[in-house]
Design a protein around this ligand. Structure first.
Ligand code: NAD
Ligand SMILES: O=C(O)C(=O)C[C@@H](O)[C@H](O)[C@H](O)COP(=O)(O)O
Ligand code: ZN
Length: 359
């Protein structure tokens, strides 16, 4: 088992990565002596692991499970409200704890419930997707709004993350690919060696060995841990974790939540950001290599035709990094070295149009 420690100004917690970690979950719960434990999961994860986790936790604590519909649509005010109602009606209190058992949707949704239920109760992230090597770490919790992704949320750190990679065995291929996009992001923004390792060792996403999987998860988490430890609340450097997200989030929101996976959206966004970086900052950047590799891995490599550039730019103007209608893009100077650049919407619209025509 490997341990990565997250140190922020106010919190410190461990991310444990390994196999068969259920006893570590119990040990962590014991540190807060909860009056009750609420396990929040989704309908797919529940079928695989819900009862097993509920049964184990129930051997030690009074535990209940709440299951939401699987998918991005559950990062909604309605689902958030229904969990709060369930917790109140079942007499959860300030000494209760919450377990988020699932992928990024459950982590974000249940984490936001934990942040706000009676003004905050301890919670533990128990990730079940590859993508959640990113979402379970760092304390961003949120729900979506029709006006934009993750628009209502908080920075609220878990008391720990128990990442049992045995859970990933049942993950469908397209969800594995989605998570891999965030691994590539972590390599691009801070770890060139990881990028080279991934290029060499992941020519396809089928049959990725345990060793390669563990390495990408641990190295990805280390990048995230480093950045979050430097800047917990995105006052500065944390924004580099948004590489590929300005366009990616706009695509997700414009298509309708759940129509494209988060990672596929981010993959398209990273390609555009890399192409811009190459054009504006460093012509040596390996844009063609990334595009070719992404195609080979099955990622979409262009913006869906049904979305107009104008509607995407209007979304991007409302991105959380935008100020005074100017759109901020995270760019690369070289692999592992980031910068940012602010564009007027007209400027970015013409770059995006140009890029779409080349594709
Ligand atoms: N908070 C953050 O820092 C952060 C970071 C990255 C992404 N996110 C958010 O995370 C979300 C995406 O997360 P995700 O890709 O994990 O999506 P998800 O939670 O919807 O999981 C993807 C799909 O896989 C299923 N699933 C989960 N675990 C499984 C397993 N072990 N076996 C079989 N099926 C399984 C789920 O039911 C779902 O259908 C987005 O909303 C994104 O905005 C947040
Ligand atoms: O942790 C962060 O910071 C990130 O930006 C990680 C992203 O992968 C993640 O998708 C995050 O939810 C995006 O945050 P947002 O503030 O742009 O909504
Ligand atoms: Zn993301």
């Amino acid at each position: 088992m490997e341990r990565v420690t997250i140190q922020t100004t106010s919190d410190r917690y461990d991310v444990l990565v390994g196999k068969g970690l259920i006893n570590d979950l119990i040990t962590l719960l014991e540190t807060v002596s909860p009056s009750k434990v609420l396990i929040v999961t989704d309908s797919v994860v529940d079928q695989y692991f819900g009862d097993e986790v509920l049964q184990k936790v129930s051997e030690h604590f009074h535990a209940l499970k709440y299951v939401v519909k699987s998918g991005e649509e559950s990062k909604s005010f309605e689902a958030y409200y229904d969990i709060q109602t369930f917790a109140l009606q079942n007499e959860f209190d300030r000494k209760s704890a919450l377990i988020a058992l699932g992928g990024g949707v459950i982590g974000d949704l249940a984490g936001f419930v934990a942040a706000t239920f009676m003004r905050g109760i301890p919670f533990i992230q128990v990730p079940t997707t590859l993508l959640a090597h990113d979402s379970a770490v760092g304390g961003k919790v949120a729900i979506n709004h029709p006006e934009g992704k993750n628009m209502i949320g908080a920075f609220y750190q878990p008391i720990g993350v128990i990442y049992d990679i045995n859970y990933l065995a049942t993950l469908p291929a397209d969800e594995f690919r989605s998570g891999f996009a965030e691994v590539v992001k972590h390599s691009f923004i801070r770890n060139e060696e990881l990028y080279q390792f991934l290029l060499e060792n992941v020519p396809t996403l089928e049959n990725v060995s345990d060793t390669v999987l563990q390495k990408m998860i641990i190295e990805g988490i280390k990048v995230k841990a480093e950045v979050v430890s430097e800047d917990e609340k995105e006052l500065g450097v944390r924004e580099i974790l948004n590489f590929g997200h300005t366009l990616g989030h706009a695509i997700e929101a414009e298509l309708g939540y759940g129509k494209i996976s988060h990672g596929d959206g981010v993959a398209i966004g990273m390609l555009f950001a890399l192409s811009l970086s190459k054009q504006l900052l460093n012509e040596e950047l390996p844009y063609e290599q990334l595009k070719q590799w992404f195609k080979q891995l099955g990622f979409p490599t262009k913006v869906p035709d049904e979305l107009s550039t104008e509607q995407l730019i209007n979304r991007m103007k409302r991105d959380k990094k935008s100020l005074s209608n100017k759109i901020k893009m995270i760019l690369l100077q070289s692999i592992g070295v980031t910068t940012s650049k602010v564009f007027t919407s007209d400027q970015l619209e013409s770059y995006l149009n140009e890029w779409r025509q080349e594709e």
